[in-house]
Ligand binder design. Structure first.
Ligand code: T1G
Length: 695
């Protein structure tokens, strides 16, 4: 391979051969990197003047792992497991000096080396399960030989990274230093040379003892935790092989399991999600647009949402001024925020809540927001109240400050028109609890300036959230689609299927909760208020879940009242069978049709996808991937399915449309096929084609 195209540099410093990997942006182990590394090790073996080799990454990391863009394509040699073994079989010692991430195949390359040094801040790990995979280059065989089975199972089933300190503690690395990885790696290599340190092959270490009980308990706990995901359980199989098979047979068994997973829909779904996480913030209209400054955030309203938003900002180092109407409101807000921060300390997300609290100011006078860069309003969901708040903000905030509303459905255009600066107004729809949920719908109004949108995306990144651009409509992207698939569930009840059967089927599909469990959690009063709000404009062909209204009037509000669709007390919730007579009354003498779980799932998903297609058609979501990301991060859609739009493409749009057209014969209004869905089927296209087109 010519040096110009070779991402691997080979140079020597005395008797140390320095092998540098330079494949920006993440030193992914694509074919050229693998080929270059193999040739570099061959050259090292043949280089009589080189007595030890040092492998180091260029840029801000060691190795980001296998090249995910190669997945799903025919594998090309040299294969990564063979490369790791080639490094391990080098005839002279090899040192890996790690800085930044050494993940997946990157960690496996380090395990193929004979000695491992890390500089502080380095992190190791096997995130393959987040891609629906397991390590495929010997990691599940070498790590247990170094650290024992326990840490290997934790790392490979969770996919969570290990700090350099933890890696040292469990024996994954030999040395942890401060400083430059190349310089420190060189010094360590020279030290090893001076000691005449031998090659030290991880693969030659004895296999870890096989503890059948340990593996049985790991399978039990990970089957529960991974909720339908296959990869964590296959990772356990691979690690168990390290206890029962010689190294190369174990590597072959790991590879077999890996290649099996490579063919699964779960791998396709999770890699779809991986790339969408990065594409969702890449909007053509924001290319080259600079965000405004974001240091001081004002929050108006100290209720659950306002306090949650304030907490989210404080957790990420922002200064916050919270406005409430009176001191009692401020006290309540401070208590909620303090509680949120203390909980973050308990969860290990925050070392100490004091510095965060020190950045919080509380006031009843809007003048306190005079130098805020951004204000986020989170007051009562009433247009008149919102307009009054925005009038006050408009009067006191500095030029260039951004005025954001956290409304979950009100018209952001109307709010913007209540100010003298509509270009600075935007919607920031947080999801409760705002300091925990990752989704942030950035609702762009007609006159919102591009740099205001860019600043909203910058805020999301600063808060560690995933922002999705949404247009202005009732419910934006997520709640609008939710209203439809929730209505489909109500229709299934009226047709004769019970809420508890529906919940069970939707949990089996992979969502953490069914629609009625979710309603009990949110509070049945929320649903009742929404129905009241929409009553005036409701289409007469729409159905009203009268049993739900009756439940509200009886004070059955869900978890918070102790009963709703379920009874809540000691132990697991149980179906509230007093709901059945209310449903029977609503059904009257309609013929009963009890749906099977697969039929429930199909209708529920078809309603979700059909409304999503309408959301795309209306320009409320720019691309299908925006809808996939929204449902993943805001509504518990299973990541291993990639999102509802990928699910629809994999199911086949023609069959989905045929089902919708079939159901439309009995319920033409609800099951009106989305024109976009009809068009895609007619043109033989998929939602994925729309993502590519919008890239
Ligand atoms: N392959 C290909 N592209 C990758 C990549 C990878 N492994 N990782 C990142 N990218 C792209 C990413 O899409 C983005 O592209 C750009 O690089 C910057 O990414 C056999 C099978 C390493 C911590 O799962 O966790 O090894 O949008 O914004 O914030 O056992 O990237 O610019 O076009 O995330 O600095 C295991 C995945 C693979 C690591 C850096 N490895 N990557 O974070 O950059 S499977 C992973 C990350 C494997 C072996 C198995 C992060 C990062 P674009 P970024 P970052």
């Amino acid at each position: 391979m010519s040096q110009a195209s070779n991402p691997i540099r080979y140079d020597r410093d005395g008797a140390v051969a320095i092998i540098t990997i330079a494949n920006p942006p993440v030193n992914a182990l694509g074919q050229a990197v693998r080929q270059g590394l193999w040739e570099a090790i061959d050259r090292f073996d043949a280089d009589a003047d080189a007595r030890i080799a040092l492998i180091v990454g260029d840029g801000n990391l060691f190795l980001g792992g296998a090249d995910i863009t190669e997945f799903g394509k025919p594998p090309v040699e040299p294969y990564l497991p063979d490369l790791c073994t080639r490094i391990e079989d080098a005839t002279k010692p090899v040192v890996a000096a790690v800085h930044g991430p050494a993940l997946g195949g990157g960690c496996e390359i380090a395990l193929g080396a004979h000695y491992r040094l890390a500089v502080s801040g380095a992190r190791f790990g096997f995130p393959e399960v987040a891609l629906g995979l397991i390590p495929g280059a010997g990691g599940s065989q070498r790590m247990p030989r170094l650290t024992g089975v326990g840490p290997a199972l934790d790392a490979m089933c969770s996919g969570a990274p290990l700090s350099a300190e933890k890696a040292l503690k469990i024996g994954l690395i030999d040395r942890l230093v401060e400083g430059d990885p190349r310089a420190e790696g060189l010094a360590y290599a020279q030290e090893l040379l001076a000691q005449s340190a031998p090659t030290r092959r991880t693969g030659a270490l004895p296999a870890p003892a096989h503890d059948a009980d340990l593996f049985a308990s790991a399978r039990k706990s990970w089957a529960a935790k991974s909720r339908g995901q296959v990869a964590p359980l296959r990772a356990i199989d691979a690690v168990e092989a390290s206890c029962t098979l010689p190294l190369q047979e174990g590597i072959r068994e790991e590879r077999r399991l890996f290649l099996e997973l490579m063919e699964t829909p779960q791998r396709a779904g999770m890699i779809h999600a991986f790339f969408n996480d990065r594409k969702v913030a890449k909007l053509p209209e924001l290319q080259g647009i600079a965000a405004r400054s974001l240091d001081h955030v004002g929050v108006i309203g100290g209720g659950t949402m306002g306090a949650g938003i304030a907490t989210a900002c404080l957790l990420r180092g922002l200064t916050v001024t919270l406005i409430e109407q009176d001191d009692a409101g401020l006290d309540r807000a401070r208590q909620t925020i303090t509680g949120n921060l203390d909980a973050a300390v308990k969860r290990g997300k925050l070392a100490d809540s004091a510095p965060a609290l020190a950045r919080l100011s509380l006031a009843t006078d809007y003048a306190a927001l005079a130098d805020a860069d951004l204000a986020i309003e989170a007051v009562f969901e009433n247009m008149d109240v919102k307009k009054q708040v925005f009038g006050c903000l408009d009067a006191v905030m500095k030029p260039g400050a951004i005025l954001a509303t956290n409304t979950s459905y009100l018209d952001v255009n109307e709010i913007a028109q209540a100010t003298s600066r509509p270009g600075d107004v935007i919607g920031l729809h947080f999801f409760s609890p705002a300091h925990v949920m990752k989704l942030l719908e950035v609702v762009v109004a007609d006159q919102t300036a591009p740099e205001v949108t860019a600043t909203a995306f910058a805020l999301a990144k600063r808060l560690g959230k995933t922002a999705v651009k949404a247009g202005v409509c009732d419910g934006f992207i997520g709640n609008r689609i939710l209203a439809t698939y929730r209505a489909a569930a109500d229709r299934m009840i009226l047709a004769g299927t019970s809420p508890w059967q529906i919940d069970e089927a939707i949990r089996a599909f992979g969502l953490p909760m069914g629609p009625f469990e979710m309603s009990d959690l949110a509070g049945l009063d929320i649903g009742y208020m929404t129905r009241q709000r929409k009553a005036a404009t409701r289409d007469p062909r729409d159905i009203v879940p009268t049993w739900a209204d009756e439940m509200y009037h009886r004070g059955w509000l869900g978890r918070k009242s102790g009963s709703g669709y379920y009874c809540y007390g000691e132990g697991s919730p149980t179906p509230n069978l007093e709901v059945q007579p209310l449903i029977d009354a609503a059904r009257g003498d309609q013929s009963q049709q009890v749906l099977e779980p697969e039929q429930i799932q199909r209708r529920y998903m078809a309603a979700m996808v059909n409304e999503a297609a309408k959301v795309l058609e209306d320009g409320i979501a720019a691309r299908p991937l925006d809808i996939d990301v929204t449902l993943l991060y805001g509504y518990g859609f299973p990541r291993w399915r990639g999102g509802p739009m990928l699910w629809a493409d994999r199911e086949g749009l023609p069959g989905l449309l045929a089902d919708i057209q079939d159901w439309a014969r009995e319920d033409p209004w609800f099951w009106t096929p989305a024109p976009l869905l009809e068009r895609l089927v007619a043109e033989g296209k998929t939602f994925g084609d729309l993502n590519e087109g919008a890239a």
